[in-house]
Design a protein around this ligand. Structure first.
Ligand SMILES: NC(=O)c1ccc[n+]([C@@H]2O[C@H](COP(=O)([O-])OP(=O)(O)OC[C@H]3O[C@@H](n4cnc5c(N)ncnc54)[C@H](OP(=O)(O)O)[C@@H]3O)[C@@H](O)[C@H]2O)c1
Length: 278
């Protein structure tokens, strides 16, 4: 496990916590949208950004879970935290459009967009728009959301002079995909479905999205960076539909994410660093 504690050029290691990485950062005056913020990595991201003074908008599928997460954050942060909860189902393009309209009606600038939410399923499931669920949720929903919020982000960075940040939470699982890369036919065709590859290609799409967006933003001279991050392997409910091999080499039906790490600290290297601060 030595490599887990080995510090990289940033001065942080795989064992660094989100609080450590953001120590000294002042996020007051910034607004962040975080998808999938009601649990797992998204919840910890929301908590730590709020701790640093960022106004956090939690974009969640389950509003009551979102409100519970918001209350937990507000109870912890002395002096209060600015946190809103809005409903968002990334697997539905109509829901993404609704979210963008509702966010617009809050009249907030947007400085940070963290496209974090994700699914990992075992079966071939279709979204309400008829797309393979991994691709619909992990990529298409975030792709559309980014397009719908980009104008706001451009205005916010122009008005504030602070670099905007778009962060797509991808995965090292992006390497497990079709030999030809993204296979768009498989987004419509359930035959020969492989859940690892379906997850992998949605995560590859997150990276390609960031790369191309980054290129376009640079070309336009817009002060917004588009980034992708692999957060490390963390036992969360992402793995609820997965089984693990137990010590007797039998398949255990116990989902990986349950009860193993309750109050973990998450590695967060991209969402916030001192460059964000004024
Ligand atoms: N954990 C890891 O080891 C690991 C490794 C590499 C990459 N990642 C990536 O990290 C990100 C966060 O995952 P996590 O580990 O924190 O998993 P998690 O605890 O399961 O959180 C995923 C979040 O996404 C939300 N979500 C799922 N489908 C959604 C939809 N259709 N619309 C809106 N929100 C939806 C979930 O909401 P519900 O609670 O309503 O389902 C949940 O809040 C994911 O993109 C994942 O691929 C995780």
């Amino acid at each position: 496990m030595w490599w887990f504690y080995r510090k990289g050029p940033s001065g942080f290691s795989g064992a660094s916590t989100a609080e450590e990485v953001t120590a000294g950062a002042d996020g007051r005056g910034l607004v962040a949208v975080i998808t999938g913020a009601s649990n797992g990595i998204g919840q910890e991201t929301a908590r730590v950004l709020a701790l640093r003074g960022v106004h956090v908008v939690m974009a969640v599928r389950d509003v009551s879970a979102g409100i519970r997460a918001k209350e937990a954050i507000q109870a912890e942060i002395c002096g209060g935290a600015e946190v809103d909860v809005l409903q968002l189902d990334l697997s539905s393009m109509a829901s993404v459009r609704r979210f963008a309209t509702e966010f617009g009606s809050l009249n907030l600038p947007l400085n940070i967009l963290i496209n974090n939410a994700g699914v990992m399923t075992r079966d071939c499931t279709r979204s309400c728009d008829g797309l393979e669920l991994h691709f619909a949720t992990n990529h298409i929903g975030h792709f559309l959301l980014t397009i719908l919020l980009l104008e706001n982000m451009k205005n916010a960075c122009q008005d504030s002079g602070i670099e905007g940040r778009i962060i797509n939470v991808s995965s090292s699982g992006h390497i497990m995909t079709y030999p030809e890369g993204i296979c768009f036919d498989k987004v419509h065709d359930p035959s020969g479905f492989n859940s690892f590859i379906a997850y992998g290609q949605s995560k590859l799409a997150n990276i390609l999205h960031s790369n191309e967006l980054s290129r376009i933003l640079k070309e336009e001279g817009v002060n917004i960076s588009a980034n992708t991050v692999h957060p490390g392997i963390i036992m969360t409910s992402l793995f609820r539909n997965r089984t693990i091999v137990n010590g007797n080499s039998q398949i255990s039906e116990r989902p990986c994410g349950q009860g193993i790490l309750k109050r973990y600290r998450i590695i967060l290297q991209v969402p916030m660093d001192c460059k964000l601060c004024r």
